[in-house]
Every structure is written in structure tokens, then in C-alpha cells.
Design a protein around this ligand. Structure first.
Ligand SMILES: N[C@@H](CCC(=O)N[C@@H](CS)C(=O)NCC(=O)O)C(=O)O
Length: 238
């Protein structure tokens, strides 16, 4: 069961002028950027497990980053990072497993061995998926990105007892992919007029079902903002 709906006030991002929040004072902090798909993975999971009060969201303005973030919080200078039990750890795929295993709330990792194995395979493939699609923005986009979405369509056929990657229950696999699929969908449609759902009924249904999840809704970015951000980043030199 997902946690009750929480209408959370989202804090203003901290920038170069902001004071550093106390470090290692016992508060668990998740440093994010509101438009970062990597950070979004952990943010969705935190919401889904009902950890709003246990994990404090600390948004960072990556365009005008506070120096203390790299110097004193997370040397990699990226989001997401999680301050927990006197340590700061990063890497979104590691973090979703960490938060799922170390905090209360529903578990999003399967017990069934076949599902476990498939989950690992898909979580590993998510880096490849992202790389194919990001690389396609600089090349023959629709032709190069298409097969990556076909891969997801095929994967969604494997467990047919529900709309998610592992069947009827939402898992870390869905959470690993949705932030990227959301942003790629906006950008590919906005710039290339390419509909990733056309001819992909399982992907269509998956996106529809994920969009109904309350934990995901507040993490969604405005598609217009994504098109602008991605255009500036990937199309500027064309
Ligand atoms: N592999 C990392 C990637 C995180 C990442 O690249 N985050 C971006 C924002 S979406 C970032 O912090 N970029 C700042 C920088 O690279 O300086 C993860 O999965 O957490």
C-alpha cells in the first residue's frame, strides 16, 4: 500500500547566497534539483514510502550552486545525495536501493527470484537506455532513440499480471525509468514531433498508470521547461 497523499510545500532551492543547512545534526537530508531526473528517482521513492517527515528535501540551484555543497556536503558536486547516519552518499541507482532497504514503508524490491533477476537486468540497462537516447539528440534522433523505447516495450511484455515492469506491483525498476521517460517524451515530442507511445501499447499503458501514482505527481517537471532546458543543453551548437 502506498502512503497517504501528502500535499507538501516544496522549499525554494538553495543558491550561492544561501547558508548551508547544519550537517550531521541527526536530520536525514536528500539534496536534489527539482528538474534532475536522477534526483527524481530518489524523491519519488521517498514520497512513495511515506518518508516526507523522515527525509528532508533540500533543493539546490545547480545553475548558481552554493560552494559549500561541493566543499562540505558532496565532493562529486552532483545531485542527488543523501545525508544519513553521519555520511553523505550519492548515485541515484545505489540510493534507491539504499533508501528502500534502510527505511520503513512498502518494499519496492521483489522476493520472487525471476522478478529479482529481471529487476537487476533492467536497472542495469537503464544507464544504457539513457545513453542511447541522450546520444541520439546529437545524431539521427528518431532512428537512434526508437530501439531504446522498443526495448522497454518488450520488457513490459515479460510479466503480464499488471502494467508495471515486474507486473502488478510498482518496483524500483519503474522508479528508475519514469523520470527519464517523462523527460525524453517531452523533448522528443516537442522538438521532433515524435510520439514515443505510438505503436507501443505497453509503454502507453505504463506511462498512464505511473501518472496515477500520487508519489510521482509532485515530482513531475513542466514539459515546456524540459524542452527549453534540453534544447539549450543538446541543441545549442546545431
Ligand atoms: N550518476 C549520477 C548522475 C547524477 C547527475 O549527473 N546529476 C546532475 C543533475 S541531473 C548533476 O548534479 N550535475 C551537476 C554537475 O555534473 O556538475 C546519479 O545517478 O546520481
Amino acid at each position: 500500500m502506498a502512503a497517504a497523499i501528502v500535499n507538501e510545500h516544496l522549499p525554494t532551492p538553495l543558491d550561492a547566497t544561501s547558508e548551508q543547512p547544519p550537517l550531521f545534526d541527526g536530520t536525514t537530508r536528500l539534496y536534489v534539483s527539482y528538474t534532475c531526473p536522477f534526483a527524481q528517482r530518489v524523491w519519488i521513492l521517498r514520497n512513495y514510502k511515506g518518508l516526507h517527515d523522515k527525509i528532508k528535501l533540500v533543493p539546490i540551484d545547480l545553475q548558481n550552486r552554493p560552494a559549500w555543497y561541493k566543499e562540505r556536503v558532496y565532493h562529486e558536486n552532483k545531485v542527488p545525495s543523501l545525508e544519513h547516519n553521519g555520511k553523505v552518499i550519492g548515485e541515484s541507482l545505489d540510493l534507491i536501493k539504499y533508501v528502500d532497504s534502510n527505511f520503513e514503508g512498502p518494499s519496492l524490491q521483489p522476493n520472487d527470484p525471476a522478478k529479482k533477476e529481471f529487476a537487476e537486468e533492467l536497472i542495469t540497462y537503464s544507464d544504457t537506455f539513457n545513453k542511447i537516447v541522450f546520444t541520439s539528440f546529437k545524431g539521427d534522433t528518431v532512428k537512434e532513440a526508437g530501439p531504446a523505447f522498443d526495448h522497454l516495450e518488450n520488457a513490459l511484455h515479460k510479466f503480464n499480471d499488471g502494467p508495471f515492469f515486474l507486473g502488478h506491483e510498482l518496483s524500483l525498476v519503474d522508479i528508475a525509468y519514469i523520470p527519464f521517460v517523462e523527460k525524453f517524451q517531452a523533448f522528443l515530442s516537442g522538438v521532433w514531433n515524435y510520439d514515443i507511445t505510438a505503436g507501443r501499447p505497453k509503454l502507453t499503458k505504463w506511462i498512464e498508470e505511473v501518472n496515477k501514482i500520487d508519489a510521482y505527481k509532485p515530482t513531475k517537471a513542466d514539459p515546456k521547461v524540459i524542452v527549453e532546458m534540453f534544447s539549450a543543453r543538446f541543441l545549442a551548437k546545431h
